[in-house]
Design a protein around this ligand. Structure first.
Ligand SMILES: Cc1cc2nc3c(=O)[nH]c(=O)nc-3n(C[C@H](O)[C@H](O)[C@H](O)COP(=O)(O)OP(=O)(O)OC[C@H]3O[C@@H](n4cnc5c(N)ncnc54)[C@H](O)[C@@H]3O)c2cc1C
Ligand code: SF4
Ligand code: SF4
Length: 1024
C-alpha cells in the first residue's frame, strides 16, 4: 500500500512538505465517501504504475514508444507555462477518443490519476501531474479533425486543433464558398496561436474581445465527453443522450437534485449570477446549475465540463457557434491623467456603447511602451503620464464603414460627455485610426507587454501573470490597491494591464523562487492579493486562466463555504475516486500554491529569458520525435543546474550523465536548427542557436573533425564536382535494384554510422545537369537596367530533379529560362563552383569554416553586383537566409532576393502569366517564412494555378541533410501534411525540402521556378 496522508483528527500530523499526492483518505465533506488529500510530490510507486503500464501495453496495445518513463522526457513534460513543476511517473501519447475511453477505467482500476495535456500553455498549474500525463498534442493528424457547417456559423472540432488554426479554417471556408460573412471563434485568448481547443474548453479561456458573452460557456453548442468509467456522451446525438440518461441514472439524478437545491436557494442563485456577470474561472462553472432546467441534467453536465480543467471528464469533440468577425476596424490610444479616469471611461463605454474592446495600461505598462519606437511616434505623450497615469486602447468594429463610423461616434460622444480628465485634448491628440498600420501598432504593443516584462527580467526569475477581475465600477480603486500592494512587497516591475471593459486585470511581474525569503514574499503578496480581490472587491481571482493549483486554496475565500462545498460535491459525483486531475481547482492543502515552484536556473544568455510558455512548440519539426524547443530549454536548464554543482554527489553525477546522454540525441541531433521556434517566441528565442552553440563547443573538443570541415571548405569545388555523378550513380542503382534494396542497405548504413550516412529514399535527386550559360539581354530597355546576379546554390548545383521527374531540366535552367523571357542579363558570381553560403558547416557547428565560406561568398556577390547596384537572386531560400544572416557589408542588405520575391518585385510587368495548373500545393520553406515572403510566394503561385493550397507545415525538418540522416525528423514533421485530393503538383524553393515533401505525400514537389516558367511567356510589347 502507498503511504497515506491522514487528515481529520490527525490533520496536524500531515507533513505537506513531503507530500502525499492524491491518496484516498476520509474527509469531513458532507455526504462524501472518500476524497483525496492532495499534497503533490509523495507519489509512491508501490507497483501500480508498472501494472498500469503493462495493462496499457498488453491489454490496450498502446505501443511502448508512446509510453514515456525516462528521466529526461518525464522532466521535460513536467513543464507547462505555469510556475509549477510536477514530475509525471509516465507520459502517454494518446491518439484517439477510443484510447482515452479504454485508458480511463484502467487508471481507475490501478488508482493512477491522469492529467490531460493539450498545448500546455496553462498558467495556473492545471496541466502538470506527478502521476500520469495523457498528452494529446504532437501526434500528427490525431485529434485534429473538423467539420465546418453551413456558411461557417458553426464548427465541430477535435481537441488537438490550435485555436488560431480554427480561425484560419473559417477564413478559408468563407473564401472557398464565397460566403458573405466572415465568422470566427468566440474565445480569443492571447495564446490563440498556440493553445488547443481541448485546453480552451477545459479552461473556459477568453481574451480581449470575447468578454463574458462569447466564451466557450456561451458559444458551445455540443460536446462529446469521455467519463472516468469510459462512457462516451455525445450531447448532439439524441440516442447517446437517451442512453446516458439510462445508464447513468444515478449521476443524472444527483446533478438534477443539486440544480434544484441551488435554484431553490435565492441567495446562492443571486451570488452565482453576480459572479458570472464578470469574468470568472475560479472553481467550477456552477452557473450551469442555475442557467438550465434542473430536469435537463445533460445540458447541465455539458456546461459543467466547461472550465473543469480535465477534472470531470475528457472532451473529445466540441461544436461551437461561431461569432461574426467584422471587417471594418478602428482603434485609438487615449492617455488619461489618472487611472480613475481611465477606469471610469471603461465603465461608461460598457454601459452606454457596444464598443468591441477596451484595454487598460497602467504607468508601469506605459513605461514598457516607451521602449517601442513605433508607438512612441504615434503617441508621443506616453512619457508624460504621472505615477497614477493610465491609457486605454479602444477598438470599434462594424460590418460596413458607415456602421463603424456610427460606433466610433457613439464611443467618442460617451467619452466626451463623461467629464473625464484626458492628459491632452482627446480629439486632437488621441484620434481613432482606421489605418491598419496604426491600429496594428497599438495592438502589437498590447500583445507584446507580457513578453516585454518577461524579456526584461533578471535571469533566474520567472514571469508571473496573475489574472483578476471585478465589476468595472470597482476597477479603479482595485487597481490602485493592487499597485500599492506591489509597492509594499517590492515588486518594482509589476505592471497592471488588461481587459478594462470586463474589469479584468493581468498583473505581470517577475518572481524568483530561489530562496525561502523569495517564496515567503510571494506567499505574503498572494495572500494580500486574494484578500483585496476576493474579499474587498468581491471579484474573481482567476478571470480567464483557470483555477489550477494556483488559487485552489482560495476558492472558498472567493465563493464562500456553501458554493465551495457544492463544488466538492460535483467532483465527487463525476470522479468519486479522484482519478481525473486531482488537486486542481479544489485542494484541501492551504499551501499548495506555494509548493513545487519551478526553479529557473541560469543556463545560457540565449535562452535565459525563456518563460516556458510553450508558444514555440507547434512550430518545431521535432516535437513528435524527441523534444520541443521549450523542453530543450527546460532540460538544458536542468543540465546547467547539475553542472554548476561543485562536488556533485554520486546521485547528481548519475543524473547529469543520464541527462547529457539523452539530450545528445533528443536535444541536439534531432534539432533542425531552423529557428522556427523563434518565429512564435514572444521573447525572440531561437533554440536552434543554442543547439548550434552546443554543437560548436563539442566540435572545439574534436579538433580533427573541425580540420576535416576546414579542408572540405577549402576544396569545396572538388566536393560539389563529385556529388552529381555520385547521385546519378545512385539513381542508376535505383533503376536496377529497385526501392527495397537501396532502402534496406542505406537504412542499415545510417544506423551503423550513427546517423552520419543519409538514408536513401526513392525521391532522391539525380545529379544536377551542368549550369546553363548566363543570358545576355537581347535589347536595351528604358528605365531600370535589366541585369541580375544569379546565385544557383551549391544544392541546386549538385542536385537535379528526381528519377520520377526525368523530363525536367535543372532548377538553374528553369530560372534562366524565366530571366531570358524577361530579357535580363545574368551574371554568375565569380568562382561559383567553390562558393557556399556556409550553412552546410554552420548547421553542424563548424562555425569557423562557415564564417570563411560566408565571407568568400559575400566578396563574390559584392563584386558581381557592383556593390549591390544589381539585384541578386538566390534560388534556394535557406541559403539566402544564411547569406542575409551572416552579411557584414550593408551594401548588399537590400539587394538579395529569394526566387518568389525577385519574380514578384522585378518580373511581373515583364511576363505574361497563365493559370496552367488546376490545383497545386506549395510549401514555403521555413527560411522564407522567417524572411516574410509567405504571402508573396502564395500570390505568385496563384497567378499560375487556379487553386493553391499551403502545406501547413511550419518546417519540414530536412535542415540540409539532417532529415536524411535522421529520417524520423522529417517523418514526424510531415505527419501533419494534409493535402486535399485533387492537388496535382507541389512547389517550393529548397531542393532538399522538396525531396522530403515528395517522400511524405503523393505529390511530386519541385522548384517554384518550374511552375513560373511553365506559366509565363514574355510580355508582348504594346503596339505603337
Ligand atoms: C503568455 C500567455 C498568455 C495567455 N493569455 C491568455 C488569455 O489571454 N486568455 C486566457 O484565457 N488564457 C490565456 N493563457 C492561458 C492558456 O493559454 C489558455 O488557458 C489555453 O486555453 C490553454 O490551452 P492549452 O491547449 O495550452 O491547454 P493545456 O494547458 O494543455 O490544458 C489546460 C487544461 O485543460 C485540460 N485539458 C486539456 N485537454 C483536455 C480535453 N480534451 N478534455 C478535458 N480536459 C482537457 C488540462 O488537463 C488542463 O487542466 C495564456 C498563456 C500564456 C502562456
Ligand atoms: S522559447 Fe520562447 S516561445 Fe518557447 S517556451 Fe520559451 S519563451 Fe515560450
Ligand atoms: S531550431 Fe527548429 S528543431 Fe530546433 S528547437 Fe527550434 S523549431 Fe525545433
Amino acid at each position: 500500500m502507498p503511504q497515506v496522508a491522514t487528515v481529520g483528527s490527525n490533520a496536524s500530523k500531515i507533513d505537506y512538505s513531503i507530500g502525499g499526492t492524491v491518496y484516498p483518505v476520509p474527509q469531513d465533506v458532507k455526504g462524501s465517501k472518500v476524497v483525496y488529500q492532495n499534497a503533490d510530490g509523495m507519489r509512491v510507486d508501490d507497483g501500480r504504475y508498472q501494472n498500469f503500464k503493462s495493462d496499457l501495453k498488453n491489454e490496450l496495445a498502446i505501443p511502448e514508444e508512446r509510453i514515456i518513463t525516462d528521466a529526461v522526457k518525464t522532466y521535460a513534460y513536467g513543464t507547462d507555462a505555469s510556475f509549477y513543476r510536477l514530475l509525471p511517473q509516465m507520459v502517454v501519447k494518446i491518439h484517439s477518443e477510443e484510447e482515452v475511453k479504454k485508458i480511463l477505467p484502467y487508471a481507475k482500476k490501478h488508482q493512477t490519476p491522469v492529467t490531460f495535456r493539450a498545448a500546455g500553455t496553462s498558467l495556473s498549474g492545471q496541466a502538470v501531474s506527478d502521476s500520469v500525463l495523457l498528452k494529446l498534442s504532437h501526434v500528427g493528424k490525431n485529434f485534429r479533425d473538423y467539420t465546418v457547417h453551413e456558411d461557417g456559423r458553426k464548427i465541430t472540432l477535435e481537441p488537438g486543433l490550435i485555436l488560431g488554426e480554427v480561425n484560419r479554417i473559417l477564413q478559408a471556408h468563407k473564401k472557398k464558398g464565397g460566403h458573405a460573412v466572415q465568422y470566427k471563434m468566440g474565445p480569443d485568448p492571447s495564446s490563440i496561436d498556440s493553445c488547443m481547443v481541448g485546453g480552451v474548453v477545459a479552461n473556459n479561456s477568453s481574451g480581449m474581445c470575447c468578454g463574458v458573452k462569447q466564451n466557450t460557456y456561451h458559444t458551445l453548442e455540443d460536446m462529446r465527453i469521455v467519463f472516468v468509467d469510459g462512457t462516451v456522451l455525445d450531447t448532439a446525438d439524441p440516442a447517446s443522450r437517451e442512453s446516458f440518461l439510462r445508464t447513468h441514472q444515478d449521476l443524472c439524478a444527483k446533478v438534477s437534485n443539486l440544480a434544484k437545491k441551488v435554484q431553490a436557494d435565492a441567495d446562492l442563485t443571486a451570488l452565482i449570477k453576480k459572479k458570472f456577470a464578470i469574468k470568472c474561472t475560479t472553481g467550477y462553472s456552477i452557473n450551469a446549475l442555475v442557467d438550465n432546467d434542473a430536469n435537463d441534467p445533460i445540458e447541465i453536465i455539458k456546461r459543467l465540463m466547461i472550465g473543469s480543467e480535465g477534472t470531470l471528464g475528457f472532451v473529445s469533440r466540441a461544436t461551437y457557434n461561431t461569432v461574426v468577425d467584422h471587417p471594418h476596424k478602428a482603434s485609438c490610444f487615449i492617455m488619461f491623467k489618472d487611472v480613475d479616469d481611465a477606469c471610469k471611461a471603461a465603465a461608461v463605454l460598457r454601459r452606454e456603447t457596444t464598443v468591441d474592446a477596451v484595454e487598460i495600461f497602467d504607468k508601469a505598462s506605459l513605461r514598457q511602451c516607451e521602449k517601442h519606437e513605433k508607438i512612441m511616434s504615434l503617441v508621443p505623450t506616453i512619457p508624460e503620464a504621472g505615477k497614477y497615469g493610465a491609457a486605454l486602447l479602444i477598438e470599434c468594429r462594424g460590418p460596413t464603414d458607415a456602421e463603424l463610423d456610427q460606433n466610433i461616434k457613439a464611443v467618442t460622444t460617451s467619452l466626451d460627455n463623461a467629464n473625464l480628465n484626458f492628459l491632452h485634448p482627446r480629439e486632437e491628440t488621441y484620434p481613432f485610426s482606421k489605418d491598419p498600420a496604426v491600429y496594428g501598432t497599438y495592438w502589437d504593443v498590447r500583445k507584446g507587454l507580457i513578453p516585454m516584462v518577461g524579456g526584461g527580467r533578471e535571469a533566474g526569475t520567472s514571469v508571473l501573470i496573475e489574472d483578476v477581475a471585478c465589476e468595472v465600477d470597482s476597477l479603479a480603486p482595485m487597481t490602485k490597491d493592487l499597485m500599492a500592494m506591489f509597492e509594499k512587497h517590492g515588486y518594482d516591475d509589476a505592471s497592471c494591464m488588461g481587459h478594462a471593459l470586463e474589469g479584468n486585470l493581468h498583473l505581470v511581474f517577475s518572481q524568483g523562487f530561489r530562496t525561502e525569503k523569495e517564496v515567503e514574499t510571494y506567499a505574503a503578496m498572494m495572500q494580500e492579493m486574494c484578500e483585496i480581490v476576493a474579499v474587498k472587491y468581491k471579484g474573481s481571482l482567476k478571470a480567464e486562466h483557470g483555477t489550477g493549483r494556483n488559487v485552489a486554496p482560495f476558492v472558498e475565500m472567493e465563493w464562500g463555504t456553501k458554493a465551495y462545498e457544492i463544488m466538492w460535491e460535483l467532483k465527487e459525483m463525476f470522479d468519486p475516486d479522484y482519478v481525473l486531475n486531482p488537486g486542481v481547482i479544489l485542494n484541501r492543502d492551504p499551501d499548495v500554491h506555494q509548493k513545487f515552484l519551478k526553479p529557473k536556473p541560469v543556463a545560457d544568455p540565449i535562452v535565459d529569458m525563456c518563460m516556458e510558455c510553450g508558444f514555440c512548440e507547434s512550430n518545431c519539426p521535432s516535437r513528435d520525435v524527441s523534444l520541443t524547443p521549450r523542453q530543450r530549454i527546460t532540460v538544458y536548464r536542468e543540465i546547467s543546474r547539475l553542472q554548476a554543482i561543485e562536488n556533485r554527489s554520486t546521485e547528481d553525477q548519475a543524473r547529469l550523465d543520464e541527462f547529457l546522454d539523452i539530450f545528445s540525441y533528443a536535444g541536439d541531433s534531432t534539432c533542425a536548427a531552423d529557428g522556427m521556434c523563434e518565429v512564435k517566441c514572444p521573447v525572440g528565442i531561437n533554440t536552434g542557436t543554442l543547439v548550434k552553440s552546443i554543437r560548436a563547443r563539442e566540435l572545439e573538443q574534436a579538433k580533427n573533425v573541425s580540420s576535416v570541415a576546414a579542408s572540405l571548405g577549402r576544396n569545396f569545388a572538388s566536393f560539389t564536382g563529385v556529388v552529381p555523378p555520385f547521385l546519378n550513380m545512385v539513381s542508376g542503382f535505383h533503376s536496377i535494384l529497385g526501392d527495397g534494396v537501396l532502402k534496406t542497405v542505406s537504412g542499415g548504413l545510417n544506423k551503423i554510422s550513427g546517423n552520419l550516412i543519409p538514408e536513401w529514399n526513392p525521391h532522391m535527386p539525380r545529379g544536377a545537369p551542368k549550369l546553363p550559360e548566363p543570358n545576355h539581354a537581347k535589347e536595351k530597355h528604358p528605365g531600370v537596367e535589366r541585369k541580375v546576379v544569379y546565385l544557383p546554390s551549391c544544392v541546386t548545383r549538385m542536385m537535379g530533379p528526381s528519377k520520377a521527374d526525368a523530363n525536367l531540366e535543372g532548377v538553374a535552367d528553369a530560372m534562366m529560362s524565366i530571366l531570358s523571357k524577361a530579357d535580363y542579363e545574368v551574371v554568375y558570381p565569380k568562382g561559383l563552383s567553390d562558393q557556399c553560403c556556409g550553412m552546410l558547416f554552420n548547421s553542424r557547428g563548424f562555425k569557423d569554416t562557415a564564417l570563411t565560406k560566408a565571407a568568400q561568398m559575400e566578396e563574390a556577390l559584392l563584386e558581381a553586383s557592383e556593390n549591390g547596384k544589381y539585384p541578386i537572386v538566390v534560388d534556394t531560400s535557406p541559403c539566402l537566409a544564411e547569406i542575409k544572416g551572416s552579411l557584414q557589408n550593408p551594401a548588399l542588405r537590400f539587394s538579395l532576393y529569394e526566387p518568389a520575391e525577385f519574380i514578384a518585385n522585378h518580373l511581373l510587368d515583364k511576363l505574361e502569366f497563365n493559370k496552367v495548373k488546376k490545383h497545386v500545393a506549395i510549401h514555403v520553406p521555413c527560411s522564407s517564412k522567417k524572411l516574410g515572403v509567405e504571402q508573396t510566394f502564395t500570390k505568385l503561385a496563384e497567378k499560375c494555378a487556379e487553386e493553391v493550397t499551403g502545406s501547413g507545415i511550419p518546417c519540414c525538418g530536412m535542415a540540409g541533410d539532417r532529415g536524411m540522416r535522421y529520417p524520423e525528423l522529417t517523418g514526424g514533421s510531415l505527419k501533419y501534411l494534409d493535402l486535399p485530393k485533387g492537388c496535382t503538383d507541389g512547389y517550393s524553393t529548397s531542393r532538399t525540402c522538396e525531396m522530403s515533401l515528395t517522400n511524405h505525400s503523393d505529390i511530386s514537389f519541385k522548384g517554384l521556378v518550374y511552375l513560373v516558367d511553365e506559366a509565363t511567356t514574355a510580355k508582348k510589347k504594346a503596339s505603337a
